[in-house]
Design a protein around this ligand. Sequence first.
Ligand code: WTA
Length: 613
Amino acid sequence: MHRRSVEDPEGFWGEIGRELPWIEPFTEVLDWSEAPVAKWFTGGKLNASAICLDQHLALRGEKKAIIWEGEPGDVREFTYRELHAEVGKFAAALKARGLKKGDRVAIYMPMIPELTVAVLACARVGAPHSVIFGGFSAQAIRDRVEDGDCSVVITADGGWRRGKVLPLKQEVDAALEGYEGVHSVVCVRRGENEVAWTEGRDCWYHELMDAVEEPAAPEPMDSEDVLFLLYTSGSTGKPKGIVHTTAGYMAGAYLSTRYVFDLREDDVYWCTADVGWVTGHSYIVYGPLANGATVVMYEGAPTTPHPGRFWELCEKHGVTIFYTAPTAIRTFMRLGDEHIAEHDLSKLRLLGTVGEPINPEAWIWYHKLIGGERCPIVDTWWQTETGGIMISPLPGVQVTKPGSATRPFFGVDAGVVDEQGQPVEDGKGGYLVIKKPWPGMLRGIWGDEERFKETYWSKFPGLYFPGDGAVRDEDGCFWILGRVDDVLNISGHRLSTMEVESALVSHPSVAEAAVVGMPDEVTGEAICAFVTPRKEIEDPDALEKELIIHVANEIGKLARPKEIRFTDALPKTRSGKIMRRLLRDVAKGAEIAGDTTTLEDYTVLAKLRGDEA
Ligand code: WTA
């Protein structure tokens, strides 16, 4: 199948495309004439919410679509029929508020069923959604709402996280202060916390729903109509709105979920990601629901109220497929094996990981302790930009290797090249590239065509460059080596060094800042910031705390530096470029040796290295 999928992609994807329920069939599988902007399945009309819901009513109407558990332990379930009704109703409610096809909607919500409902309701109306992870700050919300020109925001009063209610609506209010572009803020009641109210703009979800008389039918969408924007970090300070369209993205999410997770009718599937990230889009919402799967969704933190929370949920809901991030696995490794032994995990049959390279030690632990040595592990490599899984074992087909994502998925033609774009020998490191278009590929960066071409297509003309390094071994298995650009991967979350640097220099006490990643046992990478203050600092500890809070306010808690080091000067080359390579060594060295050497010494070192550069 794989050979055919790369030798005859149009034949292969044509067949897969025809498995989706079309309102009007497509006429052409791939139009690559405007490369690198691809068009897939052109001429057809369809609707993503109808793929996820309407098509299942006849055969799976009473099957559970969502089994949701809140952090406090409350459980809600939706059959496909119920979810279909809820989504149809909310789509109608949004239309009644004036939302039209093509308008953009920002979604800033906790992991509650209404988040899935909101996403699918937008798809039903044909209004591209832009989900903003609930950990982002007001400033980050504002940037995204403005960049995407969103006219509606969907949020909740609050959501449960680590035993507390996070006040989400409050962040939205702060984000929209003095901004006129949003006409409606829809608020779901979840946290029961007090919220401020802007009359005319704000409305309760439940009140809108009560007023709906007729659910909305799915809007017929062109294959290449935008389904969603999702912001992710690149190597500049400004996050980019990755654009995904309808048919190609859905075909990729549908097929990859089916094969990578070997999905069967009676599976109970749980992906622990947040819908605020692409993993949640493709593998909590669109992929599993397109396949008619039963999806577990959990609101809270993995260790609240106790360290065995995830395993309790697996046992309680009979989870058979479990998909999580290496950071989570490493966290559990540290918490102790006794929390696992208390739970019956015998229903699990397949495990997955995503978001960052998994170290072989964590892989083996996952295999033994969670998988009972009987469950295959699919280590899935992909990106926000790729829409769906690109490199992964197919369980039962490929021999897995701890630490390797193994082989390219159907339709994916991957390779490893050197600086000149020439293929490197197997076993040698280089840049990962994708050589042919695939249906789920991004169609652009919202409002910035040039940046799209520059970022992904200019390093190696004609090849897609994802920004990762890789090695392919003699068996044809890929080992992902991590980012080769200025993108950090903290707990599987992407951040650019520049983004954190701009946040730091926007503080009045900071003259200059350089941010690098340093290895971290749990989060994979952690942020180390080198900061030159404007004037002599009296209390470095106090300033460090203040800067950490400042970064959290500018971007979100996920971007907080683990360490801030003050220095009189940053090591630079003669041309004035900050020597990050050197700073990375400094950050790493200190981590390992607990070194107390002052940075001035390194400035000297930097000058020496500058000579050699
Ligand atoms: C990294 C998450 C190694 C990689 C789906 C990529 C991985 C970035 C893996 C995308 C993996 C993701 N092994 N590295 N299995 N999966 N990555 O856009 O560096 O949040 O470029 O998408 O995560 O992160 P993003």
